[in-house]
Write a protein that binds this ligand. Structure first.
Ligand code: SAH
Ligand code: SF4
Ligand code: F3S
Length: 450
């Protein structure tokens, strides 16, 4: 059916959820709902949720909880919980959010439209957590949302087979499966035609792309995407250290559009903890792979994810992680306090760490990393970087150079944000900037020759 109205979509969680939310938006558009940024005028509100940590889950419940009063005044408003918390909670979501109309699991998007029809024709509340794998190709394309977007995420594979003991993803997203290369290439070709210049390929473990299905492996997929006209930069996340291959290292070195940056989550620097996490590598093999990569790509920027306070993590284990940061000197890290997920095995592990201790370790780690982030950024002062222009800097969110009323921002290959005085450049331009100042979270400089 076609309706008339506005849809507000709120996204929590990873980049994959950003991609999924666009798919939800495209489905809603095909049913007549226009996307709005104004919650007050919305006729349908969708919260696309994440259950990776307790905090993310709570954010979803508190967002949806706010609509109890609004629904009383506006009975036709449809509220939907979609994504990972929806998949995990199913029917139980109604206990905490009684006014919720629909629980739409991660594999149920292709039935979203028919569920709206059912609600609109006076049907009961809907729960769809059927976990038969969803086919992305069956969902409408999202190029209608590309206005002024030069950088887009493209999910190339879903699910995960790794079962790290702390992680909820295999339970809420199902088994690993890869999209066909020709479908991915077609989608990115369309994106390029609509003005997109950079794509980030997404999967929980892109290094195992296509292996299960006997399709081309990830480095070959990268080579195909490298040939797409109009695309200037290719990024990807996430790589799993156990599957990082020499072929991928060569692809990073040899393919001109593949950025000189690798996000390689290590999670812990202690072998006992890595084993309990079921990560499938040791501290030594991780360090070895990084040194091989640095031999091939000496300028490569490195980032990682770390969990502190995993059950039974001793002070010594934690110092092993601190020392790993000192040894590798990452450009940036994402660090988290371990959060118990009842569906993941580690929830039943003994010797859970006290919350205060976890936060204390997290702060120590972040403080140590800050010194390396600043060191890496400072080393770039005086160099010239290729920057893909993303748009105007916003005063609220970005480091703003004093004395400049208006400035633009872009990103380097190494994923660093660079601000510069606004001049004759457009969004999507690739320009050269001489870096003059370094800050903890950004760089500042002047464009050459414009
Ligand atoms: N597939 C990716 C990451 C997916 S989740 C990988 O294997 O690296 C993103 C990050 O969230 C993880 O790298 C991990 O650092 C963190 N994370 C996952 N589960 C967590 C938990 N229960 N508590 C705290 N952090 C967690
Ligand atoms: Fe979770 Fe591990 Fe899979 Fe990453 S590789 S999504 S951390 S189970
Ligand atoms: Fe969160 Fe689901 Fe992504 S749990 S991290 S939104 S796959």
């Amino acid at each position: 059916m076609k309706y008339k109205g506005y849809a507000y979509i709120y996204t929590i969680g990873c980049q994959m959820n950003v991609y999924d939310s666009e798919k939800l938006g495209a489905i809603l558009k095909s049913y007549g709902f226009e996307k709005t940024e104004d919650m007050d005028i919305a006729d349908i509100i969708v919260c696309n949720t994440c259950s990776i940590r307790h905090k993310a889950e709570e954010k979803a419940f508190s967002f949806l909880g706010r609509f109890a009063r609004i629904k009383k005044k506006k009975p036709h408003l449809i509220t939907v919980m979609a994504g990972c918390v929806a998949q995990q909670e199913g029917e139980k979501a109604f206990e905490r959010v009684p006014h919720l109309d629909m629980v739409l699991g991660t594999q149920a998007f292709s039935r979203f439209g028919q569920h709206i029809d059912a609600l609109k024709s006076g049907g009961q509340k809907i729960v769809d957590t059927n976990d038969a794998p969803m086919i992305y190709e069956a969902l409408p394309d999202t190029t209608c949302f590309n206005e002024n977007k030069i950088s887009k995420f493209v999910t190339i594979m879903q699910g995960c087979d790794n079962f790290c003991t702390y992680c909820v993803v295999p339970y809420v997203r199902g088994r690993e499966r890869s999209r066909r290369p020709e479908n991915i290439v077609e989608e990115i070709t369309l994106l390029a035609r609509s003005g997109v210049r950079e794509v980030t390929l997404l999967g929980q473990n892109v290094n195992s792309y296509g292996l299960k299905e006997g399709m081309i492996p990830f480095p070959q997929l990268l080579a195909k995407i490298n040939d797409i006209k109009g695309i200037q930069r290719i990024r990807f996340a996430t790589s799993h250290p156990k599957d990082l291959s020499e072929d991928l290292m060569h692809a990073i070195r040899d393919l001109d559009k593949v950025c000189n940056h690798l996000h390689l989550p290590v999670q812990s620097g202690a072998n006992t903890i890595l084993k309990k996490m079921n990560r499938g590598y040791t501290r030594e093999t991780y360090i070895h792979k990084i040194s091989e990569l640095k031999k091939l790509c000496p300028q490569i920027a490195l980032s990682t994810d770390i969990i502190v306070g995993f059950p039974s993590e001793s002070r010594t284990d934690f110092y092993d992680t601190m020392n790993l940061l000192r040894e590798i000197e990452f450009d940036s890290i994402f660090a988290f306090a371990y959060s118990d997920r009842s569906s993941a095995p580690a929830a039943k592990f003994s010797n859970q760490i006290d919350e205060k201790e976890k936060l204390d370790r997290l702060n120590q780690l972040l403080e140590l990393q800050e010194t390396y982030t600043i060191k890496k950024n400072t080393a770039l002062v005086g160099t010239i970087l290729d920057i893909l222009v993303e748009g105007e800097s916003t005063k609220k969110r970005d480091g703003f150079e004093p004395g400049f009323k208006k400035q633009m921002k872009g990103r380097s290959q190494s994923n660093k944000i660079v601000h510069f005085p606004s001049g004759h450049v457009n969004i999507g331009d690739m320009i050269k900037i001489r870096i003059e100042n370094a800050y903890p979270h950004s760089l500042w400089g002047h464009p050459l020759g414009v």
